[in-house]
Design a protein around this ligand. Structure first.
Ligand code: SF4
Length: 490
């Protein structure tokens, strides 16, 4: 996944852009917890700081004051290509013959091998093993004199999912791939006059009444930094932000929107908006649909906290059953789904979730969650609830079964690790130890969204991939490590 944020501040205060980009990034921490970084430009020079770890541990008050400039981009990483090592943290940076650029990327490219060959016949030395590093090298080395022209030359050759924030000396540039798999929104940053003037002491400083602009993976981050949502960056569009002028738009490809439906079901924050819909409300309606499709007699409806909560509320409302919190979630542990190894994931469930014995003891429970990927987390949750005295555990999932891997930015692993691709629903029910199991249908998801199927990517549910995936799926995450290691050794 990853979270990206970019900003051109209205204030003359030189450390504000890095601070605001970091604040925006905090609102996107759920999108990636492996590394974080900020790149800034003062109009002449780019500066970058990045490291492995959560945003709060990487970008603290000791680092930010040294990152001076009115333009900034920020990134938090969840790896889909390349290992979790410092070199692969973002933003990337490269000084090419014509330009220096930094990039933050959300998504995953599918023609990475082909692009590597294009880069000086595959003999280029890359400092990292990510598709983003490759894209950065292609853009920095492109002969066109201007960054936007370089993008127009390079982007048509790049296939897959990419929502980008790009920093050069004078601009912050937002880009979305022609399908718009990953979200990216444009926000307007109020000047001090809109905040009540200098005495207001507002977030955006006091010495410059100009309006600023920002880009974000999700609208929630705009709320957090006090920016106003303007519009989505369109699929196939480049949006250019500069100080003191309104954003400019350049279209480099026709739009064929296929927003990842998983963003709406699970990944993005419930207080964000996508396709004009609030995601809490979308998920609540998914829960209503789930109750219609898979009713069962029980004593109460409970969510797997926190992400199952809106759908559980919808299920409870539609079924007329009481809603209760049946588990406490430790908010200081990372999200299980994006922990990198099976061992850590297993330990993660116990560390994170503890049943509320008073609520669940002796009860017939409907437990609502938003997805089953490998099945191990759900199995553990059912075990914990039974151990706490639950009489029956009926699992309800507010998404269809995941049969196929994602190649566009969610590391759902290879097909054989997806329980739905190797087990029937009856077998999954037995594996997780539930009394019953029910998944929401694709039709139910669409009823909740109230939007047509062809606006979304549903590939992990139905195998209908909008962009063909030409290489061996099994090795895709680490595919650049061998060639890069080889050229480095050479
Ligand atoms: S394959 Fe699934 S997770 Fe990947 S972009 Fe499509 S809907 Fe989203």
């Amino acid at each position: 996944m990853c979270g990206v944020f970019g900003v051109v501040t209205p204030s003359a205060e030189p450390t504000e852009a890095a601070a605001v980009a970091t604040l925006g990034l905090f609102a996107l921490q759920h999108r990636g917890q492996e590394s974080a970084g900020v790149a800034v430009s003062d109009g002449e020079q780019l500066m970058l700081y990045k490291d492995l770890g959560m945003i709060s541990s990487v970008l603290d008050e000791r680092r930010l004051p040294s990152l001076r400039g009115n333009l900034a981009i920020a990134h938090c990483r969840y790896s889909t290509t390349g290992s979790t090592v410092w070199e692969n943290a973002q933003p990337t940076y490269r000084q090419g013959p014509r330009r220096a650029i930094a990039i933050g990327h959300n998504g995953n490219l599918v023609n990475t091998r082909e692009l590597l060959t294009q880069l000086t016949g595959g003999r280029a030395r890359l400092p990292a093993s990510t598709d983003t590093e490759l894209l950065t090298a292609l853009l920095a080395d492109e002969p066109a004199t201007d960054t936007v022209q370089a993008l127009i030359q390079v982007l048509p050759r790049v296939h897959g999912a990419f929502s980008l924030v790009i920093l050069d000396q004078r601009r912050v540039i937002g880009v979305r791939d022609p399908h718009g798999f990953r979200p990216l929104v444009l926000g307007k940053v109020p000047g001090p006059s809109q905040l009540g003037g200098p005495s207001d002491g507002g977030l955006w400083g006091t010495d410059d009444a100009d309006v600023g602009w920002c880009l974000s993976s999700e609208t929630a981050a705009l709320d957090i930094v006090g920016a106003e949502y303007v519009r989505d960056v369109e699929p196939g569009e480049i949006v250019i932000l500069e100080r003191g002028v309104p954003p400019r738009s350049v279209r480099y490809a026709a739009a064929d929107p296929k927003l990842c439906v998983f963003e709406l079901i699970y990944f993005a924050r419930p207080d964000s908006y996508m396709e004009g819909r609030n995601l809490y409300e979308v998920r609540r309606r998914m829960g209503e649909q789930l109750a219609l499709e898979h009713p069962v007699d029980a004593d109460l409806v409970m969510p797997v906290p926190d992400t199952g909560a809106p759908a559980a509320a919808g299920y409870a409302e539609a079924s007329g059953l009481p809603y209760r919190e049946g588990m406490y979630r430790n908010r200081y542990a990372g999200r299980t789904f994006i922990q990198p190894s099976a061992g850590l994931r297993h330990r993660g469930v116990t560390i994170k979730l503890n049943p509320l014995r008073e609520v669940v003891n002796g009860k017939r429970l409907i437990v609502v969650d938003d997805s089953i990927v490998r099945g191990t987390t759900t199995k553990r949750i059912v075990e914990l609830l039974r151990k706490a005295g639950a009489r029956e555990v009926h699992v309800r999932i507010s998404a269809p079964p995941i049969y196929h891997p994602c190649f566009y930015g969610i590391d759902t692993s290879i097909e054989t690790e997806l329980i739905a691709s190797t087990h029937t629903e009856a077998q999954i029910e037995t594996f997780i130890g539930a009394d019953s199991l029910g998944y929401l249908s694709i039709r139910g998801v669409l009823a909740a969204l109230d939007l047509p199927y062809d606006r979304f990517c549903f590939a992990c549910f139905d195998g209908n991939y909008p962009v063909p995936v030409p290489y061996d799926a099994a090795n895709r995450k680490f595919m650049l490590e061998e060639p890069v290691a080889a050229v480095t050794r050479g």
